[in-house]
Design a protein around this ligand. Structure first.
Ligand code: 7RM
Length: 654
């Protein structure tokens, strides 16, 4: 595997360098002193960051307790309120009039909330939730469009010491139900519908289909889409009736640093979603620290825009908690980049004078495809820092982003991290690092990583291997909800001896010691920056009566980075009744309704056999060769090498 990672990387040779300008360096937030302090005393450094960045109701005296590894406890004897840190303290410091959120709806409606206004809204929501019986430790599902109420709901839940589980609005009723069941959520906060691509998509209908027979006692509904919805008396409540009439005074109670803050589900290899659990003090410390230093935040003058949906970890850490903990002003946008016109993002940057833009390579690539004439029509001169997240950014997109969006001067921070890491782990620092297009470069100060071989030994410079995190960090996941064993097994068993966290990604370390991410070493696909597991899609396919067996791989796609390609064996009786085209159309739709549109396969090949090892494992690597039209690689471990010839013939016939 190490060999193949190295050979992939040799295609990506990139030698351009972009040092920071002297003007940028002169005002930079992060200076070389930061790295020096972290190197000198790592734990002391984190303690100092935490004290500096957060307000503790009860100061901590203990930094890290690793005695129950890999279940970390950071700042464990301290107490704080996460929402207070994101809201009240900024108002008390005299910044109540500063805008916290400029929100723009897809149809063009807009709303701005100052820190004082946002604080009052969250206090009302906290009172309303408390009146519904929500208390510390309860799980609340949030299934909302990107509207201010999503942020208000998350912070109100946090304020009460309860736990939110935000479910991406694109997920189906079955996916939502699985997440509600796993967490035993007692309340769902949703909207009638939200705007996407010029239309209202229903959310409440999906919730109705998901909650019956579950632990859910109430459904709180924000009016957004204006669409007709069903109503269950006694269970359903309007947000404007409940929160709208609540008391705007609410005193934040302090909770333990390790009080859980949220669960966020991510796909695993067994098809059962994994509820990644994060807690309060360590998480908030690292999201605030990285948001400030990686993006060079000057809160009194910057306008920050993270384009991620709040249903993904990037929205949690860099829409809600990082920016608000730092008292930043940010833009929040409900819709897609191309609605109602392909210059929508650029128009918003011009309108709000956005100075820091944080986006995914897939979005950058699709905007790049439309040509620079579109962004060139807008005034993007406010931009001074650009960020990238979710997948490797290819040098071509990097240069376009830098030149067209960043006027050839804005540094790009290519940030590597995961749902499980909670916050940015590897990234350039814009006032220090000489940038290399396509490389995330180095661990941020305070974080320790390595690229190792299968035995855990560091690979030599110039080689590829497995990315590991070698020391605990404040925002690390505290477990998988209800499944400690799976947490240990998934992330900590491969290098148990060394005590390393295995990220599941391949990486190459170059001659300067900079890190180049090479993608997942397993078969998880990354479509438009979203991680999808093969197993979940395969299990959705097999749940259709027509399907006998299936295998799914990620194949290169110009727009979405990767696209889902499925190989399906039909049940004998159906193979005769349906043409491959009919079957493929039906199954693509089936996957979209079972999991969500994001998982809909781009192509489905109907085949007679699947390539398997002798122990019965499907060799997806070979299917990827077929899907991408390459010659088939090494087939020696196949149980029946003839199978691949058959699959190739069938796929070419299509
Ligand atoms: C933040 C996020 C995590 C996976 C991760 C990688 C990939 C993320 C980068 C990246 C190359 C990057 N969380 N990934 N950022 N690959 N360069 N800058 O995306 O949990 O949804 O996904 O995404 O494979 O393991 S995530």
């Amino acid at each position: 595997m190490t060999t193949s990672m190295t050979s992939i990387d040799s295609l990506l040779h990139e030698t351009r360098r972009f040092p920071p300008s002297p003007e940028f360096v002169a005002n930079a937030v992060a200076t070389p002193a930061l790295a020096a302090a972290a190197a000198k005393d790592r734990l002391g450094f984190w303690a100092e960051q935490s004290r500096e960045l957060l307000d503790w109701h009860t100061p901590f005296t203990q930094t890290l307790d690793w005695s129950d590894a890999p279940f970390a406890r950071w700042f464990a004897d301290g107490r704080l309120n996460v929402a207070y840190n994101c809201l009240d303290r900024h108002v008390l410091a005299g910044n109540g009039d500063r805008i916290a959120i400029h929100w723009e709806g897809e149809p063009g409606d807009s709303r701005s909330l100052s820190y004082a206004e946002l604080t009052a809204e969250v206090k009302k929501a906290a009172n309303a939730l408390a009146a519904l019986g929500v208390t510390k430790g309860d799980r609340i599902a949030v299934y909302l469009p990107v509207i201010p109420e999503a942020v208000i709901a998350m912070l109100a839940i946090a304020r009460l010491g309860a736990i939110h589980s935000v479910v991406f609005g694109g997920f189906s009723a079955d996916s939502l139900r699985a997440r509600i069941d796993d967490a035993q959520a007692k309340l769902v906060i949703t909207a009638d519908g939200g705007w996407r691509k010029g239309k209202v998509f229903p959310l409440k209908d999906t919730v109705d289909a998901a909650v019956e027979g579950t632990s859910v006692e109430h459904v709180l509904v924000v009016r957004r889409g204006g669409n007709d919805i069903g109503w269950t008396q006694g269970r359903d409540l309007w947000w404007h009736d409940t929160v709208g009439t609540a008391d705007p005074e609410h005193e934040a109670e302090a909770f333990d640093a390790e009080n859980p803050l949220f669960i966020l589900y991510t796909s695993g290899t067994t098809g059962k979603p994994k509820g990644i659990l994060h807690s309060s003090g360590g998480y908030l410390t690292q999201v605030a620290y990285t948001h400030k230093n990686v993006f060079d935040l000057h809160p009194e003058s910057d306008v920050f825009w993270c384009t991620a949906d709040i249903g993904w970890i990037t929205g949690h850490s860099y829409v809600v908690y990082g920016p608000l903990a730092n008292g930043a002003t940010q833009l929040l946008y409900e819709g897609t980049p191309d609605t109602p016109h392909p210059g929508r993002w650029w128009e918003l940057i011009e309108k709000y004078r956005v100075s820091i833009l944080y986006a995914a390579p897939t979005a950058i690539r699709s905007l790049m495809k439309l040509g620079r004439e579109i962004p060139d029509r807008f005034d993007l001169s406010s931009i001074r820092v650009l960020g990238s997240v979710g997948e490797p950014i290819n040098p071509e997109a990097w240069i376009w982003y830098h030149d067209v969006v960043g006027a050839g001067t804005a540094p790009i921070v290519d940030t590597w991290w995961q749902t499980e890491t909670g916050a940015i782990m590897i990234s350039p620092l814009p006032g220090i690092t000489s940038l290399k297009p396509g490389s995330a470069q180095a661990a941020v100060p305070g974080i320790e990583i390595a690229v190792v071989d299968d035995d855990g030994a560091p690979v030599p410079k110039g080689s590829g291997g497995l990315l590991v995190i070698t020391e605990p960090w404040p925002s690390m996941a505290r477990g998988i909800w209800g499944d400690d064993e799976r947490f240990v097994e998934t992330y900590w068993s491969k290098f148990a001896e060394q005590g390393y966290y295995f990220a599941g990604d391949g990486a190459r370390i170059d001659e300067d010691g900079d890190v180049w991410l090479l993608g997942r070493v397993d078969d998880v696909m990354n479509v438009s920056g979203h991680r999808l597991s093969t197993a979940e899609i395969e299990s959705a396919l097999v749940s259709h009566p027509m399907v006998a067996e299936s295998a799914v791989v990620g194949a290169y796609d110009e727009t979405t980075g990767q696209a889902v390609v499925a190989f399906v064996i039909l049940r004998a009786e159906h193979a005769e009744q349906h043409t491959p085209d009919e079957a493929s159309t039906a199954l693509r739709g089936h996957v979209a309704s079972a999991i969500g549109a994001i998982a809909r396969p781009r192509e489905i090949f109907i085949v007679a056999e699947l390539p398997k090892t002798r122990s019965g494992k499907i060799m997806r690597r070979l299917l990827r060769d077929v899907a991408e039209g390459r010659p088939i690689g090494d087939t020696t471990t196949l149980a029946d090498p003839a199978v691949m010839r058959l699959i190739e013939q069938m796929s070419k016939a299509k």
